[in-house]
Every structure is written in structure tokens, then in C-alpha cells.
Design a protein around this ligand. Sequence first.
Ligand code: PLP
Length: 449
Amino acid sequence: PQPDPEAGAAVKAADRAHVFHSWSAQELIDPLAVAGAEGSYFWDYDGRRYLDFTSGLVYTNIGYQHPKVVAAIQEQAARMTTFAPAFAVEARSEAARLIAGRTPGDLDKIFFTNGGADAVEHALRMARLHTGRPKVLSAYRSYHGGTQQAVNVTGDPRRWASDSGTAGVVHFWAPFLYRSRFYAETEEQECARALEHLETTIAFEGPSTIAAVVLETIPGTAGIMPPPPGYLAGVRELCDKHGIVLVLDEVMAGFGRTGTWFAADLYDVVPDLMTFAKGVNSGYVPLGGVAVSSEIAATFATRPYPGGLTYSGHPLACAAAVATINVMEEEGVVENAAALGASVVGPGLRELAERHPSVGEVRGTGMFWAVELVRDRETREPLVPYNASGEANAPMAAFAAAAKKAGIWPFVNMNRTHVVPPLNTSEAELKEGLAALDTALSVADEYVR
Ligand code: PLP
């Protein structure tokens, strides 16, 4: 790509003048002007290229500008750019068929939304109407979206500003051995104690008041924490015992990220409702949805479901989903994530952990990995405090700057960096990224006590 700093400056100036950015203090941010993107890379107007270790916001699962998906969007735009949701439309029908063919168990009906948060909103509405109960249980260390109900079930600081509307939401601790809330020393203890804690929470809240338990199958932004074997099966059992709807949020973990079509496949657990977005069409056009079990679908067989969206199942977004899912099958994208996750990313990160004292733990699967940065491996004190900003966050800011300088765009959340590249990133690209990470971790090492 030819550098064009002048064009970049104009893009940046209009952004700074008129774009109001998400989750940001508007005058304290400095967004990079991006000139283009292809595959696992993007570049700025100065000609600097970055290997995208973030997949955007963990959604470009097949990388940028996949020619077959771009062509499918162009064809759909030429044929039928849009059509209202009450009609049967080829792209929508085919997307629903392809998604339902991959979701676990009997999750065979697809309610389409525009993204992940509204998928969570609708899943919880369905659960409340299906059970006739008011409450929802969700986990700390979770993220479920930025709209009111979705942010209320979220278990991170992004919820705090919207907490006035939390009526009916109760948070509990899900398992995470590295920072156990249960004084556990083994995965078995963590699993058993986290289940006992959930069981007690349900008992004290009153089982007959609880509509749903909502969990990310593998919590994503909160730290990519694969649950111990048996945990999700235990949650399923508790839900069955009390007639509670189990909602698994696979907005981030779904569509190949874990090296399986859905993270639930890793645990042999079938939820009653499953939310998805992001990877369903690599985010080329906004799309999300809820996969609905036959039992919950039956609730709304003769009684109208009171919810909808103008763009539910937008043909352009659905055509992108059809093309993306077909590309993922044809090009073995899910298999690539599983294979290179196991042979390159996992071993590469463990090797970095051995050499860098700032690495407390690495964990993950497929193309879904977290690197936990610490001041002290013994005490596990995080490299920066929980929810740090400004000076307190300087070590992570220095790490991120070093990573960018070394050529990768890093995913950074609190004291962690996540390695979440597109699922079709090649072995050579992954090794290049791990080498850049190596350089950046040396900067994090300087803050180790
Ligand atoms: N659920 C999970 C697990 C997510 O990771 C996200 C976004 O990161 C959402 C829901 C919200 O999705 P969206 O930003 O598309 O509304």
C-alpha cells in the first residue's frame, strides 16, 4: 500500500471533530486512521502494517476482505439489498439453515438480531416469558453487551454506569482456578466448589424466581477462562433440576474461535438458548442471533413472541453469513484454528511464559488465548490493578506500545493480552506475531518486582 499521510490526516480530523467513540473519554483518545486491511493484516496511511492479533473485536474470524464473502455481499446487493423480516427470503432462509445445522442439540430455530447485545436481550426475554419468572443469574468476570439488560448481566466495570436497571439480575462466581474465589488448588476442587456456590445462590434466591442462568461458554473479554471439566454439565443439571433456562453466550467463543464450531461442543453441553454474532459472518455486515431449542420455540408456536427488529435477518448480513460459513467449510478454517492453536500458538505462548517473568499464566484453545501478566509470579499480583487507568495502567500501556512497534496489534484488557487472530492466520504469520509478542513481553518484564 502507498503511504498517503495527507489523506490519513483528513480521516483523522473528521473523526476527531464528529465521531463519538464507544467506551471512551472523547478527548483522551487517539484513534489510528486505518487505510486498508486484508487477511490477517491492516495498515495505516503512513504505510505501517500490523498483524491483527485482535481480529477487530474478536470477530474477523476469516480475516479481512475475504474475496468470496465480498463477492457474495456484492451479488446480494445487486439482487436484493434489503427486505423486511416478515417475508421468507432466500439469504435469510439459507443462513438460518446453515447455522441450525451446526448449533448443538435441538437448537434449530434462529431469531436474527443486529449483533450480540440484542441477541442477549432477546434470549433473556424469551427465558422470562417461557418460565414466567423474573430473575436472571449471571457471572462476574463476564461481558454480554452494551445495551441495558445485556450490560446489567455483564460482570465487569462496564456495567457500573448502568446499574440503576439491575432489578432481577444476580451475579455469582464462575470457576477460574488461577484467581480462585473458592480457595481451590485443583481444577476438581474449583469445579465442585463453584457448582456448590451456584447451587446455594439458586437456593437462597429462590429457584422458582429464576428464569435463566446466562454464561459465556468460555468467558472471552473477561480473560478466556475455559471452565474445568464437568462445570457446564453441572450447571446444566442444576438448571434442569429447577426448570431454569440455560443460556450460553457464544457471541465471542462461537463460529470456530475455539477450534470447534461452538465452544459448547468442547463440553458436550446443550443449552436451551445460545446467542451468537461476530464470527457468524466475520462481522462483514452486522448480524447476531439466538438459536432456540424446540421446547422454547414451542412456547411461541401459537402465542406471538413479543419482540422484533426492522433488520432481523437482513439479507445483506445473511448473505455474508452464508458465504462465511461455506468458506469456513471449504477452507477448513475451524480445523486450522484447532490444529495451529494446538501446534503453534499454545506451545509458542508456553515457551514465552518460561522466559518472561511477567507471564503468570497462559490458557486457551484454538485461536482463543489469554496471557495473564503479573508483577510477581508467586503472589500473582496483576501487572496493573483491576480496572486501572492513567498512571496506574502505565505498564500495560507500555506493553501495548511495544507490541505495536514490533508489528502486531495486541488485544489488551486490564492485566491481560489475548492472542485472538483470525482463524485462518497461517503458521508463518502466527510465528511472526509470537516473535513480536516476545519483544513486547520484555517491556512488561521491566515492571516485575
Ligand atoms: N456477548 C459476548 C460474549 C461478547 O463478547 C460481546 C461483545 O464483545 C457481546 C455479547 C456483545 O456483542 P455486540 O457488541 O455485538 O453487541
